[in-house]
Ligand binder design. Sequence first.
Ligand code: ZN
Length: 96
Amino acid sequence: MDSVQIRCTRCKSVFRDRARRLQNGFSRQCPTCEVVLFFDEDSQDANIRRAMKTARRLRALLREAEAEGMTRRPEASGRRSSGRTRASTRETEPTE
Ligand SMILES: [Zn+2]
């Protein structure tokens, strides 16, 4: 989900790497032909540029999902525990 498809400049094989790692200055070896690919948004390779763009978009989505998860998590757990204890607390808690 958080990985980006990268097409090797040399052998054209496709592999994946994490969006978080695909930033300007990042480099990695192709698992197939072992050529080292340099990732730069201004790369001459359209495949690299596309991967960088995808990674950037994915990182934004991940940040959004994370922020959402942080605000939702306590609500979800609270709902679950209140559902479990509702029967016993209903009589002791005064209604607002
Ligand atoms: Zn390759």
